[in-house]
Write a protein that binds this ligand. Structure first.
Ligand code: ATP
Ligand code: MG
Length: 433
């Protein structure tokens, strides 16, 4: 039987993985500039964490989670995480981070799991890079997160993206809007899909988010939440918009942008790709969730965050992407056992100095080793055979210039480390401690 991967799960092979690495290191650089710290949380959590945080009536909880009973006596239900926020909020409370310093700026990256219908830009195991900020209720941090994402797009040279923003109000003003919306939707109930008919009862705001054409038609005429915000929510939202006024293209107001979950409040947003992803065009999405930590039994700490889809970003970037710059390759060609041992230990010394070095494990003709060096894209090939061993000299061939020089064994390390070694000064780019 031929074993294949599971539907909706995918491998990231060399050739594609370079783009992923570039995304990850750009994200780490940008997060470092905004003073975010990384957090790593488990892939598996108690199912209850997700049902309580995302809400029972969401698609993710109703039909998309990978859930199974553990082998303990109580057969505890566990789920592969469908998103990162719930776990980070749990870890923040459980790790008592608020007792030391309530204001935290955290980021994570890793796989998420949702049993959706796979298509371009939509997988069952996908990857997110996400950020969560705790302990800040001010609009400046909402704007900061959006600017952070803009900086990341710039760092990655992402083709044009558009930011859509909305405010979904708070516990004070949303019930009023909800009543107005329900009254409007009741009048057009016949035009709504079956899902939305149900949503109208338990989560009417989610109707605004429905992708079906029939519902979208109804929703364009629906009253906008933006004209029902209370004074505080209005001021918060206006400040966010004002802080983003230099953004180009300008942010679009989209009153249909609701996260639809009870704990979300005020700012919600999505960054959309201009082209290239079809209907899966949302690259990053997020919002404010001031009530979430407390509703999970944690401290009453405000939160705001986003998650971006790595696969979707990679699709937008992959064409012609060379990934992160890597050190030039040195290829050591050897003939004969003595030369093999000599190049084996030279390779080891050079690698310890930070050079990228490769060589064969079995004897091959010089011609085939040169062909392989060319395939690997080696910048320089060092050639050592029985003659060179006798003379104590190696041939060093510059592949681009097609020039060959002889170097004494005594000077070989130095002559290679000098031009091809890492820069002398210590550098911290892309590394976060
Ligand atoms: P969509 O409307 O595209 O289903 P969503 O609202 O379910 O997105 P979020 O839960 O907000 O998405 O996740 C944030 C980001 O994660 C999305 O904007 C997208 O880039 C990515 N993402 C979500 N689900 C998937 C998936 N199944 N496959 C690949 N990427 C995904
Ligand atoms: Mg979805």
């Amino acid at each position: 039987m031929k074993l294949t991967r599971i539907k909706g799960f995918s491998d990231v092979l060399p050739g594609e993985v370079e783009t992923w690495q570039r995304i990850e290191s750009a994200a780490k650089r940008v997060f470092a500039g905004y003073n975010f710290k990384e957090i790593r949380i488990p892939v598996l959590e108690k199912s209850e964490l997700f049902s309580r945080s995302l809400g029972e009536s969401t698609d993710v909880i109703e039909k998309e989670m990978y859930t199974f009973a553990d082998r303990d006596a109580k057969a505890t239900l566990l789920s592969l995480r469908p998103e990162g926020t719930a776990g980070v909020v749990r870890a923040y409370g459980e790790g008592k981070l608020h007792q030391v310093e309530p204001v935290r700026k955290l980021y994570y990256l890793g796989p998420m799991f949702r049993r959706e219908r796979p298509q371009k830009g939509r997988l069952r195991q996908f990857h997110q890079i996400g950020a969560e900020v705790f302990g800040r209720t001010d609009p400046f941090i909402d704007a900061e997160l959006l600017l952070l994402l803009r900086d990341l797009w710039e760092e990655l040279d992402l083709p044009q993206t558009v930011l859509e923003v909305n405010s979904i109000g708070c516990a004070d003003c949303r019930p009023g809007y909800r009543a107005v919306l329900v009254a409007f939707l009741e009048g057009r109930r016949g035009e709504l899909c079956a899902d939305c008919d149900r949503r109208l009862e338990n989560n009417p705001l989610r109707v605004l988010d429905c992708k079906r054409e029939s519902c979208a038609g109804v929703v364009t005429a629906a009253p906008s939440i933006l004209s029902h915000l209370c004074a505080d929510c209005r001021l918060h939202f206006e400040t966010v918009l004002d802080l983003l006024k230099d953004l180009r293209p300008e942010p679009l107001l989209n009153h249909r942008l609701v996260r639809g979950l009870d704990y979300y409040c005020r700012t919600t947003f999505e960054w959309k790709a201009g082209a290239g992803l079809g209907s899966q065009n949302t690259v990053a999405a997020g919002g404010r969730y001031d009530g979430l930590a407390q509703s999970l039994g944690g401290p009453p700490v405000a939160g705001v965050g986003f998650a971006l889809g790595v696969e979707r970003l990679a699709l937008l970037l992959s064409e012609g992407d060379a990934g992160e710059p890597v050190a030039p390759l040195l290829y050591l060609a050897w003939m004969g056992e003595e030369a093999q041992r000599w190049t084996f230990s030279l390779a080891h010394r050079l690698r310890r100095q930070g050079l990228r070095v490769d060589l064969e494990g079995e004897g091959k003709s010089l011609k085939s080793q040169m062909r392989r060096a060319g395939k690997l894209g080696a910048r320089v090939v060092l050639i050592v055979g029985p003659d060179e061993m006798t003379k104590g000299k190696a041939l060093v061939r510059d592949m681009a210039r097609k020039e060959q020089t002889e170097v004494d064994f005594a000077n070989v390390d130095e002559s290679l480390v000098e031009p091809f070694g890492p820069p002398r000064q210590p550098q911290a780019s892309g590394q976060i401690t």
